[in-house]
Design a protein around this ligand. Structure first.
Ligand SMILES: Nc1ncnc2c1ncn2[C@@H]1O[C@H](COP(=O)(O)OP(=O)(O)OP(=O)(O)O)[C@@H](O)[C@H]1O
Ligand SMILES: [Mg+2]
Length: 721
């Protein structure tokens, strides 16, 4: 393979960055300018030209998906596998380090990663133990507090007593929390990062080893690193000057979770010998889209200042649609997608981006009704579903019975007659004697203090777990999972549950067995961890990016936060309303407002060819009706790049659904207020109002069983009843 293929597909500035001498480097550039591309080519360059072994390369990306893509692209460029290269998310890499050096990290070999749900469960329980009133001390707030401390690298014992009562209380909770986690061998997400940092900081030999090993360290989306992540990078690269970071201050969107834009300044200070490259040509979007992004973000201050240009031509203007309500919004968006597909586009080239997860439901319903395949990223993930978490809890207990949250979760699921009193006594005993729940249960059985029924039930549970642990030692991973699902009684439990829900749960459990069968156990990189433990870690770390199950061509639904770094030909940025986007909390906080604006910038710059912006004039969200004003961000866009889709703008255009025209109530005047109608899905109803014309013609109908709905006549398949 010759070197030129790494270089030819780059512009001059990109080439400069890729072929720069080995030194600390900062690539600072706006969206779509090829930062990620530069990072990939830089790594290939090191391997090909500087003859650095993949073994000596570390790369940090933002999602597992991005990490996989990066590896694939490097292997494509080099035409050879690069398995020895460490590439992953901060959390994934930290986890790997901790597994490899559990002892030095002061963790049991069998430590387990827990998600934020389990974390909250522990915090709730220990706050109860501390006799703290939920209403005055919301557990979520304590969870937030603890994670924020960890993100800053602060342990409970390091917290200063500033005399503040709140702080003191939080410190007590944090202390107790650290204690429980350590005892049960559980590690939360923030702890992964903090521990990995302490591991290197406190073990000179290890640090020397990894400094030697990772000759080149690369970071994508550097603007969103937090204090502890940056501290970890510094430990690894200090003195070597070998840190290559790419980022965009205008895309910093995790400030609310502790990310520090200042890390870009810190980098420049800490690595005085660094090179810096700015990229200004955008290769992703057309002129109108780029202009909108540039104009919007110019409203922020304290920017590092970058302008982007494109050689792509103006392209189509951005479309703005004001919907009546959220259903109408969904109708509109889905119809545009269907049009795209009819015109030969792929569904996977389209994305619906929203501010908050709760917005996805309307779109999902509409996509389902129209039988349009779609995929939601980062919603309730597969591994977070109740039945899956229950099955995983059994699996976890079978490898580590001291895992208290798992114990709590399934000790009485399915119910086996262990009463609330027995459980309470067990918790008290555990607290008083610093035992795990498992140990407390054993102690209670030994001291014979339980009534016969409770004692039998409890013994039954413990024996079940022990037996699982024994038998599964002999079995393969998927057999183990199958065994657990069956003997735990979960399958029977859900089979008894009513209708679809139970059925879906049983199917999900079967899917879990399947996921175990397909699990790609990479023994080379598993450190000394068994397949089951790796699978459990995967389940906890997998960030809603489950891959493999769908090859189908799907519309992509996700929050703006999870769209970072991605690109789509056709993008819908929905719910542009004050109080939603920008979010309610940002309305009177200048700093947060700027972060929302950056988020909007991220959203706009995901679009390659066509961008639609929508907002609803009335919206029901979280069970409340509101009549929000259009987002201020809309007013900040250049009017000449925006084309409003007005209700009466399309009078002359025929309706897109000719079937409804010929057979149903297609054109205005064929129905009256109060007229009875019938709809395929919603059944019978009565016309309440109508508005608009042509493609935009709508009727409001009071359905007997489905309630009041606005329907777009062109798509609604209505018949006179
Ligand atoms: N020199 C180039 N020639 C052709 N296409 C390019 C070039 N540089 C980048 N691209 C393409 O432009 C698009 C954006 O690139 P990339 O995703 O690397 O940008 P980015 O700066 O990382 O964007 P973001 O800030 O959104 O993460 C990609 O499709 C990429 O392949
Ligand atoms: Mg990128």
């Amino acid at each position: 393979m010759d070197v030129s293929s790494i270089i030819t597909s780059l512009n001059d500035d990109q080439r400069l960055a890729v072929s720069a001498p080995m030194q600390a480097m900062l690539v600072l550039a706006g969206a779509g300018s090829g930062k990620t591309r530069v990072l990939v080519h830089r790594i290939a360059w090191h391997i090909q030209v500087n003859h650095i072994s993949p073994y000596n390369i570390l790369a940090v990306t933002f999602t597992n998906k991005a990490a996989n893509e990066m590896r694939n692209r490097i292997e494509e460029l080099l035409e050879t596998p690069a398995r020895a290269m460490w590439i992953g998310t901060f959390h994934g890499l930290a986890h790997r380090l901790l597994r490899q050096h559990a002892k030095q990290a002061k963790l049991p070999d069998t430590f387990q990663v827990m998600d934020s749900d389990d974390q909250l469960r522990i915090i709730k329980r220990l706050m109860k133990n501390l006799n703290l009133d939920d209403s005055k001390w919301p557990p979520k707030q304590a969870q937030w507090f603890i994670n924020a401390q960890k993100d800053e690298g602060i342990r409970a014992k390091h917290m200063h007593d500033n005399g503040d009562f709140y702080n003191r209380q939080m410190k007590d909770i944090y202390l107790a929390y650290e204690d429980v986690c350590q005892r049960s061998g559980l590690v939360d997400f923030a702890e992964l990062l903090l521990r990995a940092h302490e591991l290197l900081r406190d073990n000179e030999d290890l640090l020397a080893f990894y400094r030697q090993r990772f000759q080149q360290v690369h970071v994508d989306e550097f603007q969103d690193t937090n204090t502890i992540q940056y501290a970890w990078l510094r430990l690894l690269t200090e003195g070597n000057n070998n840190l290559f970071v790419v980022g965009d201050d205008d895309q910093s969107i995790y400030g609310w979770r502790g990310a520090k834009i200042e890390n870009i300044f810190n980098f420049q200070k800490h690595y005085p010998e660094h090179g810096i490259v700015r990229l200004e040509q955008n290769y992703r979007s057309t002129g109108h889209i780029l202009k909108a992004a540039n104009t919007l973000i110019a409203n922020n201050d304290n920017r590092m200042g970058k302008e982007l240009w494109t050689a792509a031509g103006e392209g189509q203007a951005i479309s703005l649609y004001s919907a009546f309500n959220e259903q109408d919004e969904a109708y509109f968006v889905v119809e545009k997608i269907r049009q795209w597909v009819r015109d030969g586009g792929l569904r996977s080239e389209t994305a619906i981006l929203y501010r908050s997860n709760a917005q996805s439901r309307q779109f999902e319903e509409r996509l389902m009704t129209t039988a349009t395949p779609y995929r939601v990223y980062g919603g309730l993930r597969f591994f977070e579903r109740m039945e899956i978490k229950n099955a995983l809890a059994y699996l976890r207990l079978s490898t580590n019975p001291h895992d208290d949250p798992s114990f709590e979760r399934v000790v009485n699921t399915p119910t086996r007659g262990i009463g609330a009193k027995t459980l309470d006594d067990m918790r008290i005993l555990a607290r008083e004697q610093q035992l795990s729940l498992w140990q407390a249960a054993l102690a209670m059985l030994e001291s014979n203090q339980l009534p016969a029924r409770a004692s039998n039930a409890l013994r039954g549970f413990l024996n079940l777990i022990i037996a699982l642990g024994e038998t599964t030692k002999e079995l393969s991973l998927h057999e183990t999972v199958k065994q657990v699902v069956e003997t735990s009684g979960l399958i029977e439990l859900y089979k008894k549950e009513k209708q679809d829900k139970g059925e879906a749960r049983v199917e999900n459990l079967e899917e879990l067995v399947n996921a175990a069968r397909l699990f790609d156990y990479d023994s080379e990189n598993a450190e000394n961890l068994g397949e089951l433990d790796m699978f459990l870690a995967h389940a906890a770390l997998e960030a809603g990016e489950m891959q493999g199950e769908v090859d189908e061509d799907c519309v992509q639904l996700m929050t703006l936060h999870s769209a970072k770094g991605l690109e789509f030909k056709l993008v819908f940025l929905v719910g542009l309303e004050e109080g939603l986007f920008p979010s309610q909390q940002a309305l009177d906080d200048a700093g947060r407002l700027q972060e929302e604006r950056r988020l909007c910038y991220v959203g706009i710059t995901r679009a390659m060819q066509q961008l639609y912006l929508t907002h609803a004039e009335s919206r029901r969200l979280y069970g409340k009706d509101s009549y929000p004003r259009a987002s201020r961000f809309l007013r900040e866009l250049p009017p000449e790049s925006i084309q409003e889709i007005r209700l009466r703008a399309n009078v002359s255009r025929p309706t897109t659904n000719s079937a409804s025209q010929s057979k149903g109530l297609g054109s205005k005047g064929t129905y009256k207020l109060g007229q009875p109608v019938r709809h395929e899905k919603f059944g019978e109803g009565v016309v309440l109002q109508m508005e608009g014309e042509g493609e935009q013609e709508r009727v409001q109908i009071n359905f007997r069983n489905a309630g009041i709905k606005w329907l777009m006549l062109a798509y609604a398949k209505l018949d006179a009843a």
